[in-house]
Each structure stands twice: as C-alpha cells, then as structure tokens.
Design a protein around this ligand. Structure first.
Ligand SMILES: [Zn+2]
Ligand SMILES: [Zn+2]
Length: 319
C-alpha cells in the first residue's frame, strides 16, 4: 500500500506492506493534514514512519470486536499499555508507555490502511460526511480545552490564532461561553466563524483588550502569541497553551506571578463529544477545507498545507 512517511528528516511517499497484527485493520477513507504533521516532518519528536492522526475509515478486520466490521469509524490516537493506573482508569492519553498514531511509535493515517486497538474506535453517525469526520480529532482537541479549564456561559474567553486550531477552538468554545472573542492576523480567516456567536478582532486591536479575559487560549503557533496572552488575561485568569510551538518563547514569567495567572497545557480531547457536535450540526467544518488531494499527491498536499492562508488539506483515499 501507499503511505506518506518521514525518515531521516525526509518526507517520502512509499510503497509499504499492509499492516498486520491483532488490532483492528481500518481502510482509510480520508485523512487530514495537521500542523503537527508538518512539525514532525521537520524532525519534532524524532518520529519516523507513516504520518497522520486525523482520519475516518472503514473497519476491515477486528478479531476482538466483530460488531465493528464494515463500520465507518474514527479512532482515538493514544493507545495505552492497558495496565498502568491511567489506562485502568480509562484514560490512556498520558500513559507513559503509550503509542500515538502517526506521532509516537505507531504508523499513522496518511496511508491506505492503519491499525488501532478496537477499543480506540468509535462508529461515525451516518449524517456526518467523510470530509467532516476527518475533523473529529482536531475538534475533540478543541473541545478538550473545556476538560482543562472551567468555561461557563459568562466566562470571557479569547482565542489567539486564526489557523485551523484557533478557528476550531473558537467555534467549540463559543458553545460553552457567550463571550468568545477570536483574535487573528487575517480578516479573511476570521470570517470563517461568521455564523457563530464569536466577536472577531485583528491582532492590532489587542492593546485595547488589555486584562479583559478570564481565559485566553494561545492557538497561534507563533512566539508572539505567548506575550499577547499575558496582555489579554485578567489577573487571576487562565492561559491555555494549545499549539505545539517548538521554539523557546521569551515571555515575562514574573507577570504570571504578580497577576497570579494559571497556565494550562491542553493537547488531545475525547472523540465522543466531537462526534456529537458534528452530528448535531453545532459545529460545521466544511468551510475549513482548503483542498482535497489523492494520497498519491501526498507530498504536494503537505507542501500546500504549509502555505500561508491555507486551512485544512485532506487526503482522499477513495480517488
Ligand atoms: Zn492534529
Ligand atoms: Zn498505560
């Protein structure tokens, strides 16, 4: 089968054997390219293998879960050891021995087939399209912010960043808070949330919103986002760090102390709430798709995805 892989700092479209083993075998229908894929391809996390962690597919074999056969599924990306305290409590996302689809110790979704433990798979309701289902992982990650910080209807929330992660985070959080503001550099991108109860601002407006927010989500993936988050958050408020930014940002740590700010990291969310949000039509993702290319054009898709102004690029394994 074809697979988009990274090896020794290179990105390659290779022919590799179809995966085997005792896990469920999934034929991939769509996969989504994430900024994390771009960072991994640049060497982040030292991962080598097939990239991709956002997908929808059809289960072809599932030795321990025959009820999944032929079903359209998405899959939680963290596979735990099944034995440690965290795994036994039902949350393998921080299992010290976990593998992560397309990120750590496990081949990913930019391929014709992948395998995952059957307990990671969730059946996709019929009213969610294949294209939309490819967003379950990033939407789960966006909604996952609500697992890490308390957001009620009157919480004042600012999301910094109008890329894929920022847009999805603002969309999701606007369902929890009636005071959600999205701040970005591109007027055209900010327009993607026009159908939601979200106030949008260009970053040039940020100085006017000094100390205004209970919760500030940094989703810009840029160093400047950290300092802006400190400017926007109220004393005793919370900053949620969402982008896997790989520089060493300089920010004035003393302000965290003086203003008693809580700094919170947020990575993966749960899939079930994201499926509900899509199925109920509360979040609509179609306007976030910039392009859809066959897997054979995976290298071009990655290159396209890195261009400024481009939102989600999907790989379509059905063409
Ligand atoms: Zn991702
Ligand atoms: Zn474990």
């Amino acid at each position: 089968m074809k697979a988009l892989r990274t090896k020794g700092g290179n990105l390659l479209l290779e022919d590799v054997p179809r995966p085997k083993g005792s896990e469920a075998l999934v034929r991939v229908l769509r996969s989504g390219i994430c900024n994390t894929d771009l960072e991994i391809a640049r060497g982040y996390a030292g991962f080598e293998g097939t990239l991709g962690h956002e997908f929808v597919g059809v289960v072809e074999t599932a030795p321990d879960a025959p009820e999944l056969l032929g079903k359209r599924v998405v899959g939680e990306i963290n596979a735990g050891c099944g034995k440690c305290e965290l795994c036994l409590a039902g949350d393998p996302r921080h299992c010290p021995d976990r593998t992560v689809l397309g990120i750590k110790g496990r081949d990913g979704a930019h391929a014709e087939y992948l395998t995952l433990p059957s307990q990671n798979l969730l059946i996709v309701p019929d009213n969610i399209s294949n294209d939309a289902a490819a967003f379950v992982e990033p939407l789960g990650a966006a909604w996952g912010i609500t697992e890490r910080v308390n957001i009620s209807p009157d919480t004042r929330v600012a999301v910094i960043g109008d890329g894929k992660l920022g847009l999805l985070s603002a969309m999701a959080l606007s369902l929890a808070s009636q005071n959600t503001v999205l701040i970005g550099k591109h007027r055209a991108k900010l327009e993607h949330v026009a159908d939601y109860d979200i106030e949008t601002h260009l970053t040039s407006d940020a100085p006017k919103m000094h100390n205004s927010f209970d919760v500030v989500v940094e989703a810009s993936g840029a160093e400047s986002g950290f300092a802006m988050a400190l400017d926007l958050v109220k004393p005793k408020g919370s900053i949620v760090l969402k982008s896997t930014f790989h520089g060493t940002p300089t920010w004035e740590a003393w302000r965290v102390v003086v203003d008693e700010i809580t700094v919170i990291g947020s990575r993966c969310g749960r899939f079930a709430p994201a499926l509900d949000l899509l199925s109920e039509g509360k979040v609509r993702v179609d306007n976030l798709i910039s392009d859809k290319l066959p897997l054979a054009e995976g290298l071009r898709a990655m290159e396209l995805s890195a261009r400024p102004g481009v939102l989600k690029v999907l790989l379509d394994m059905e063409v």
